[in-house]
Ligand binder design. Structure first.
Ligand SMILES: Cc1cc2nc3c(=O)[nH]c(=O)nc-3n(C[C@H](O)[C@H](O)[C@H](O)COP(=O)(O)OP(=O)(O)OC[C@H]3O[C@@H](n4cnc5c(N)ncnc54)[C@H](O)[C@@H]3O)c2cc1C
Length: 300
């Protein structure tokens, strides 16, 4: 029988893997269940299918989580009015970062500086990609040029729809993040919108909180449902607050979609931008979040 200890895995043939190596080669396709308790995962590998048994399965497989589905955990969807179209466009040396601030004519584009190119994200109304496509690539290029005029001489790099990828934005939350022997964290427990760029922070904070609460009990093989509930209780509050803020950003974006003329910054936002300490507050909200976590596993 394959065996796990905390960081290493020994297969039934006695071969030793580090956890990381193992995870890179295995696709989790189902759960091993016994008497209502989850005892491990069914995995698909290049060498065939297998089972890995564990005292606790952590479902951290993202917003299309197979583990969550296999466990039959109920998911609450929170409506999202946007999708994002990602594409690359070249960037000149010393060109401004441009960041998040390209809103105009009922459209919005995010630019992320990746050195010699921008990762660009055009925010569009939910499920409108087909109608964007039906207007043709020249119209798409023209929109990019109109929203971000300084990219005007480079939009011709977009020659095929294959360069433009649709990422469907979701916000949702599991009602219960766990079952006996299973805990979901990160997007598997709560898919985050890209708004604010904080989804990864929350996923890491979930992992730290789970480590702090469960490392010692795991070593003593005493992970109870009550402990798993404590992880959810600790992390659900920051998730709810962050998702609520993301919904607020989506509502603002909807106002941009409705306004087909050049954007004027709302008076309230202009006043907020003048508040002293706003940058520190924003930096803290994005970088640290509502409930910071520090590694304190008690393992010594
Ligand atoms: C368009 C878009 C843009 C975003 N931009 C940002 C951003 O700029 N900054 C930010 O912080 N957040 C951003 N987010 C949110 C962020 O991507 C997620 O919140 C974050 O990645 C969640 O981390 P995670 O580890 O839970 O899941 P993921 O990052 O999705 O990781 C899940 C991992 O599990 C693996 N996996 C999946 N299924 C299986 C399986 N069956 N077996 C084995 N492995 C499996 C996957 O390969 C992946 O490595 C964005 C989201 C979207 C949709």
């Amino acid at each position: 029988m394959p065996q796990w200890d905390f960081l290493n895995f020994v297969s039934s043939q006695g071969k030793k893997f580090r956890t990381f190596d193992l995870l890179m080669e295995h696709e989790a396709v189902g759960l091993v269940q016994e008497n209502g308790r989850i005892r491990g995962v069914q995995v698909k590998t290049a060498n065939g299918n297998s089972e890995i048994h564990a005292d606790l399965v952590v479902g951290c497989d993202g917003r299309h989580s197979a583990m969550r589905e296999a466990a039959g955990l109920a998911l609450d969807e929170i409506g999202v009015p946007i999708d994002v179209l990602w594409f690359r466009i070249s960037r000149r040396p010393n060109e401004a970062n441009a960041g998040l601030g390209n809103f105009n004519y009922g459209k919005a584009i995010i630019l992320i500086n990746r050195g010699d190119y921008f990762q660009a994200g055009m925010i569009i109304a939910k499920d409108s990609f087909d109608s964007v496509k039906s207007l043709g690539l020249p119209a798409f290029r023209e929109n990019v040029r109109r929203i971000v005029p300084f990219l005007g001489d480079r939009v011709d790099e977009l020659t095929d729809w294959a360069q433009i990828k649709l990422l469907s934005v979701q916000i949702n939350r599991l009602r219960q993040w766990y079952r006996p022997g299973l805990l979901c964290i990160g997007d598997a427990a709560h898919a985050m919108s890209p708004a604010g760029g904080v989804g990864i922070n929350l996923a890491i904070q979930d992992a730290v909180a789970a480590g702090n609460l469960l490392a010692l009990p795991l070593r003593q093989k005493q992970v109870s449902e009550m402990l798993l509930r404590r992880v959810q209780k600790r992390r659900e509050f920051p998730v709810r607050v962050t998702q609520m803020l993301q919904c607020g950003i989506h509502n603002l974006l909807q106002r941009v979609f409705r306004n087909h003329s050049a954007v004027r910054v709302p008076t309230v936002l202009r006043a907020l931008m003048r508040l002293p300490g706003r940058q520190q507050l924003l930096g803290r909200m994005i970088g640290v979040g509502v409930r910071p976590e520090h590694i304190r596993t008690g393992l010594g």
